[in-house]
Design a protein around this ligand. Structure first.
Ligand code: ATP
Ligand code: MG
Length: 599
């Protein structure tokens, strides 16, 4: 950050906005460096950097102070909103309240809450106090909640009484680090081991009226967020992110999500997942937009109403949600109109070409895919607005990101020979997707697991665990997770390709494919299919789908089709192929903590 040493505390540096990426991708790749992006941030005096300051305070002191920062909806109906100035004050109050509870920099603060003002204020207040914020999915059952509270040595939990009594109180003895549980919207007298959120807010407001609050002067490398991965491939890992990550949140929210002041933005991801934080809170607020958030789950009609009534301009969602909208049909979309909508974006799973194109039918614009991981902290590969989309492709690396595919060894992961890897340069060669470390939002550790962290790197690359290829024009294509790839009669089959082909059949709403051991072929492809409304799971349809697959895919087509009412998903909305496979083979189901619908 330029100039920080000469600024006084509280003084705001007004920074110019970098222009949109549109049109000059190649040029931007040549000229852009993360150092330059750091200069887009305000920064704190003496070289400090704090995510919450970048997201809120600097706007609160500038021309955006009266713009609505957060608007809360309950089943589509607005219930509360906060301007940037109000958000600054309200998050200061929470920071003061946390400090009064003894929270010091480095402590971990967790939420187990639905999307509500208290959740967002806890995130920002925690960062302002210099502590580390860790979200939990509100639908987690007692085991996953306690495991994560314990793994994270969480000191303060903000939740509601029902969740506390069901999911935490019976296990409190297992959680020696958990000093304070703040209960939101709770009129009952505090019980032992709990305190009232409202009372904390009231006394912190008094304290703030009497004296001023100064945001923690966090360093760029100081931990800010702790995020558990989705657990798609096994036991979730806790990725540590630092304040400097905000540089990448800001730049990618600008280039990949195309966010600018004046936008009304809706991200449907739950803040329990990294998307809900990086792009549900920090990134968009950095861009000075109005973030709308709806408190409840998927409902096609309500979702269209929110897009229409809130005049949403940028919409960030997930393939599984898009598939659910597709399942309902485009007619419902056409009962609404979205004149304000400019950009529709997706993340979390491969986005079937079918869904990209369906966006045109439903919204009047294609859906733009983005690829990234909990570990990368921010979008790494994207179909940028203004650039031609290739349906089915993840897009191109964010300027400043070097991505490549590495030759695989027998285990399907990048082969490391004498400490070296081999970068595949021929177009369309399939290998493990790898990134050159050094971008600001890269995770700095898996909590308490240095060995697992070390295994993510080889020969100067971060290894993603996903398989991909890059075409001759530099567009990346997702093939599958290294663990999910199927080997059949000498072919390597990426589940995504098979799933996308089956999605083109009008009866198919969603599909997950696995490899099933076969004495001849090694593995054969089996597909689990959910049907669209109006289709019956008959043997005739089974045969029809097998033939349909064979026409499109040839030898890699599924040999078996099973109909499933609903596929298992993670809470972040991904099809859990490992669970389909374990069930098929009668194997142990492994860590189920992140399965949707699990108690
Ligand atoms: P775990 O690491 O615990 O198994 P997870 O990998 O699903 O879970 P996340 O970090 O939430 O946890 O998800 C990142 C993964 O999601 C990526 O590695 C990739 O497999 C998948 N993914 C995300 N975006 C895309 C996309 N646009 N296309 C294809 N896959 C994607
Ligand atoms: Mg992962």
């Amino acid at each position: 950050m330029a100039d920080t040493s000469t600024r006084r505390a509280g003084e705001i540096r007004h920074v110019p906005l970098l222009e949109p990426l549109i049109g000059d991708y190649e040029e931007r790749c040549r000229t852009f460096g993360w150092e330059q992006a750091r200069d887009l941030l305000a920064g704190l005096p003496d070289g400090g950097l704090n995510m919450a300051y970048e997201a809120v305070d600097r706007h609160a002191a500038g021309p955006l102070s009266d713009v609505v920062a957060l608007r809360f909806l309950d089943r589509g109906v607005p219930t509360a909103e906060l301007t940037y100035a109000e958000l600054r004050r309200a998050s200061d109050v929470v920071a003061v309240g946390l400090q009064a509870l003894g929270v010091v920099p480095g402590d971990r603060v967790c939420t187990l809450l639905q999307r509500s003002p208290a959740l967002y204020l806890t995130v920002l207040g925690t960062l302002k106090a210099g502590a580390v914020y860790c979200p939990l999915f509100p639908a987690f059952g007692p085991e996953p909640v306690c495991d994560r509270l314990s793994l994270g040595s969480v000191r303060v939990l903000v939740t509601d009484r029902l969740s506390y009594e069901r999911k935490v109180a019976p296990f409190r003895a297992r959680l020696p680090h958990l000093e304070t549980v703040l209960l939101v919207d709770d009129d009952a007298a505090p019980t032992e081991g709990t305190a009232s959120w409202d009372a904390m807010v009231a006394s912190a407001t008094d304290a703030l009226d009497r004296s001023s609050f100064e945001i923690a002067r966090t360093r760029p490398e100081q931990p800010a967020l702790l995020h558990f991965t989705s657990g798609t491939t096994g036991r979730p890992k806790a990725a540590v992110h630092v304040h400097e990550a905000v540089v990448a949140h800001h730049v990618t929210a600008m280039w990949a999500l195309d966010l600018r002041p004046g936008d009304v933005y809706w991200c449907t991801a739950d803040p329990g997942w990294v998307t809900g934080t990086s792009y549900g809170i920090i990134g968009p607020l950095c861009r000075g937009v109005t973030v709308v958030t709806d408190s409840s789950d998927f409902d096609a009609r309500r979702w269209y109403r929110v897009l229409q009534d809130q005049r949403v301009t940028v919409f960030y969602t997930a393939p599984t949600a898009l598939r659910m909208l597709m399942r309902v049909g485009a007619d419902l979309a056409h009962e609404h109109s979205f004149p304000a909508l400019r950009h529709v974006v997706s993340v979390g799973e491969p986005l079937n070409p079918e869904a990209v194109v369906w966006g045109v039918e439903a919204f009047g614009m294609p859906v733009h895919d983005t690829w990234w991981q909990t570990e990368t902290g921010a979008i790494m590969v994207s179909n940028f607005p203004g650039m031609p989309i290739r349906p089915g492709s993840m897009g191109r690396p964010v300027p400043g990101i070097t991505a490549a595919v590495l030759e695989r060894g027998p285990d399907g992961r990048a082969a490391v020979v004498d400490g070296h890897v081999h970068v595949l340069t021929e177009p369309d060669a399939v290998g493990e997707l790898a990134l050159r470390p050094g971008w600001p939002s890269m995770f700095r550790a898996y909590l308490d697991d240095p060995e697992r962290y070390a295994q993510c790197f080889a020969d100067g690359w971060y290894l993603s665990g996903d398989l991909a290829r890059f075409d001759a024009d530099g567009y990346g294509w997702f093939v599958g997770r290294a663990d999910d790839v199927i080997k059949s009669a000498g072919h390597l089959i990426g589940p995504f390709e098979v799933e996308s082909a089956l999605m083109e059949h009008p009866a198919v709403a969603e599909v997950g494919v696995i490899g099933k051991p076969d004495p001849l072929a090694g593995e054969v492809v089996k597909a689990f299919v959910t049907l669209r409304a109006g289709y019956e799971p008959t043997p005739a349809l089974q045969r029809e789908l097998i033939t349909f697959g064979r026409h499109r895919l040839g030898s890699v087509a599924p040999r078996e089709i099973a109909f499933d009412q609903a596929l298992p998903h993670t809470r972040s909305g991904k099809v859990m192929r490992r669970l389909l496979k374990a069930r098929e083979l009668g194997l142990p189901e492994g860590d189920l903590s992140t399965v949707e619908g699990q108690p």
